[in-house]
Design a protein around this ligand. Sequence first.
Ligand code: MN
Length: 242
Amino acid sequence: MNAPTTLTPAPTLLFPAPALPLVPVVGSSALYPVHRIFCVGRNYAEHAKEMGHEVDREAPFFFTKPATAIVPSGAVIAYPPGTANYQYEMELVVALGAPAFRVPEAAARDTVFGYACGLDMTRRDLQLDARAKGRPWDLGKAFEQSAVIAALTPAAAFGAVGPQRIALTVDSAVRQEAHLSDLVWTVAELVSHLSKYYHLVPGDLIYTGTPAGVGAVSPGAELEGTIDGLSPVRLTIGAAET
Ligand code: MN
């Protein structure tokens, strides 16, 4: 006698799985799927100073944003909820293209796929309130549409990180200006350091910190961030949702 057969129905999704954010690559039809977003704090001495801090020479520090916070360059986004001090931070973004776990600095550059211009958009009032209370920064940093990114340029086409000018304009007025050689922690140091704590994989982005000159924006503002040799990042701030 045969045992009764139990038919297991194929599992189904309760709701559609959210799509991975995809970033275009300059000179290619390939798209870069984003896995995680790491962000570095206080990586330009002048910015650390304007925020009331010194750079910590012991080790860089990081916070994260969800991958779903990615916004493509050229977007118009609503002024976000819950803030009265919404600020830009223009940054060099590093996109990993190979796994990295406990990589020495000398090998870290080989794990980089490419670079992009990015904006670490920040609800500064919420971040500073959290900082003062010793709470996590998520409300101020890890919110929807807070990680703007332009197309990636492959590392070989960009060349060595250092002499390039990084700048941001709001309505054509220059607000931030520095050079990548002003980075306190280099790209190799950042990747090597992070890889002591994470199994980094292709799809992981690192926003490397912002130069001095951060400030608030209002609806109607048009932002443009540039780094020599990279595709510029553009963002327009729309009205707040009602
Ligand atoms: Mn930042």
